[in-house]
Design a protein around this ligand. Structure first.
Ligand code: SME
Length: 193
């Protein structure tokens, strides 16, 4: 079962130096990530995800907590969430950020392209991605990671940033591992199809 005490203790990631006390949350988050070796940051994040969702079988609860974890731990995001593949199209799932487009056809936008190509798509500048679907004009870069159960794509994880070139190969690897941990704790047949 999820142990709130352990999670709360680990959530800040590393000790916050005394002089950071007055920083805004966003600023402190960024400083913490910069202080850490980034693969280790993802290792810890993915352990925290496993602790957070490991004792729960409700799909919506686990997807909602996973989006909250990403939005609150990764710096420079303006959206973090899921689109679920239902009846052959992507439908908006749990997320953090501004209200977003609800339905995306496979092959359309960055999300639909990730499903069609069955691989992660990193977009350094969304203005240069033909067919990018604008949900929030503040978004400047994006990463979309397909989520599989077996050979079947069930959903995508979508992260947006207001910063150009926010996502690199370390993010890609860390997030691909993140969705693998997540996928094992989601009863996909209940929420997709
Ligand atoms: N930009 C995405 C649409 C989803 S929002 O970013 C939340 C796309 O092009 O598929």
């Amino acid at each position: 079962m999820f142990n709130a005490h352990v999670f709360v203790k680990k959530a800040p990631g590393i000790q916050v130096p005394f002089q950071l006390e007055g920083f805004t949350t966003a600023c402190r988050k960024k400083h913490q990530v910069m202080q850490m070796n980034r693969p280790s940051f993802y290792e810890e994040l993915n352990q925290d995800l496993a602790a957070l969702i490991g004792g729960e079988t409700d799909a919506i609860a686990n997807l909602a907590n996973a989006s909250a974890l990403l939005f609150n731990r990764l710096p420079d995001l303006n959206w973090a969430g899921f689109y679920l593949l239902k009846g052959g199209e992507l439908v908006l799932g749990p997320f953090h950020g501004k209200p977003a487009c609800i339905r995306i056809a496979v092959g359309k936008g960055v999300c639909g392209t990730a499903v069609a190509k069955r691989r992660t798509i990193v977009v350094p500048d969304v203005h240069k991605f033909e067919g990018h679907i604008v949900c929030d004009p503040d978004s400047r870069s994006e990463i979309v990671v397909p989520i599989f159960s077996g050979q079947k794509v069930r959903a995508v994880l979508d992260l947006d940033s207001p910063i150009i070139n926010r996502f690199d190969a370390v993010d890609q690897r860390g997030l691909e591992q993140f969705v693998q941990v997540l996928a094992a704790h989601i009863p996909w047949d209940e929420i997709t199809g």
